[in-house]
Design a protein around this ligand. Structure first.
Ligand SMILES: [Zn+2]
Ligand SMILES: [Zn+2]
Length: 344
């Protein structure tokens, strides 16, 4: 089979032939990959800014069809499935507390497509605990967005109920910002703004048809001046941009919440005074990756939301063949599309 392997030393990917993986124990299945999404993390891995196993097949967002099963299995050959790449052990301290994303044996340290071979290949092996059946009404094009959506549903779990009518600002109109827009709209929120520096990216939000405005900081701050008492209940960062988070803070309402969802540069800091946090009763919440329950909930959201929110055209996503990886990665880096997906 053809696959894309990481050549960490030379900060590049290699397109090469490999053996099709085989089921080696009764808790595994082999999946024929149909679609595999590329995300910002993959770009950072190739650039050497995010650690991954050298020589590994990248691709942690993929969907496909069951190709091989062990003798006894709850999966059947030909079944359409999704994979949560963040393997969990189920027995460590954090797993026992249902904080699966902090798993000491798995989690971030044992992700399919980062630590073990992933979905930028025609076939991929996965532990059955991470494989989910696809509802019949869901398309592969929607299912391939499940991993980033599951991180949002994990965020929603941690944030608790967002009261209807809340004023919400999303930082960044990349794929994460767009998916947050979709979920918040589906949940009934109408008072949502997105700030985005580049004009090109603003267009995708404005054309989603949700009635959400994607504007510049200057435009946002001008409309805040018109109604200073009407500040933000939530700021959701989907950009990892610490300057944007810092700029948003003074716009938080008393009792407001800053949600840090984007992956910021570990070396960067934002300055907040504890007195302000006290006076404003401000909450700062971090959201890291997903859990298996949040992954299942993401599938349920996709099933309920469907084409109204999730089409490649609406979200400005483009598909490429695996061998076109150089152009694909360049186009994603140049922000020509919000996301790129390999189609097999
Ligand atoms: Zn990702
Ligand atoms: Zn664990």
């Amino acid at each position: 089979m053809n696959c894309l392997r990481l050549d960490a030393k030379n900060e590049r990917l290699i397109y090469k032939k490999s053996e099709i993986p085989k089921v080696t124990h009764d808790k595994e299945v082999v999946i024929k990959v149909v679609l595999a999404g590329v995300c910002g993390t993959d770009l950072h891995i190739v650039e050497g800014k995010f650690n991954a196993a050298d020589g590994v097949v990248l691709g942690h967002e993929f969907v496909g069809i069951i190709h091989e099963v062990p003798k006894i299995s709850s999966f059947k050959v030909g079944e359409r499935v999704l994979v949560n790449p963040n393997i969990t052990c189920g027995v460590c301290f954090y797993c026992k507390r249902s904080q699966f994303n902090f798993c000491q044996q798995g989690g971030m340290n044992y992700t399919i497509g980062i630590s073990v071979d992933g979905g930028f290949a025609e076939y991929c092996k996965a532990h059955i605990s991470m494989v989910f059946k696809m509802p019949s009404s869901v398309q592969f094009e929607q299912a391939v967005l499940c991993e980033p959506i599951s991180c949002i549903t994990h965020g929603l779990d941690i944030m608790g109920e967002i009261p209807i009518g809340s004023k919400i600002l999303i930082l960044g109109a990349g794929i994460i910002g767009l998916l947050w827009c979709g979920l918040l709209h589906h949940l009934g929120h109408r008072n949502v703004y997105v700030v985005q520096r580049s004009v090109g990216r603003r267009k995708t939000v404005n054309e989603l048809g949700l009635g959400y405005k994607c504007i510049s900081w200057e435009e946002f701050e001008a409309c805040q001046k018109d109604c200073p008492e009407y500040k933000l209940d939530y700021v959701i960062d989907g950009s990892g941009n610490t300057d944007a988070m810092f700029r948003a803070l003074p716009h938080l309402q008393k009792g407001g919440k800053l949600i840090i969802f984007g992956v910021a540069d570990p070396a960067k800091k934002i300055e907040v005074s504890p007195f302000e946090i006290y006076k404003m009763e401000m909450t700062i919440i971090g959201i890291q990756v997903n859990t298996n329950p949040s992954f299942q909930r993401a599938i349920n959201f996709i099933e309920a939301m469907g084409d109204k929110y999730f089409t490649f055209e609406k979200l400005n996503i483009r598909t490429y063949k695996l061998e076109e990886y150089e152009t694909a990665f360049k186009d994603l880096n140049d922000r020509k599309y919000t996301k790129i997906v390999f189609k097999f």
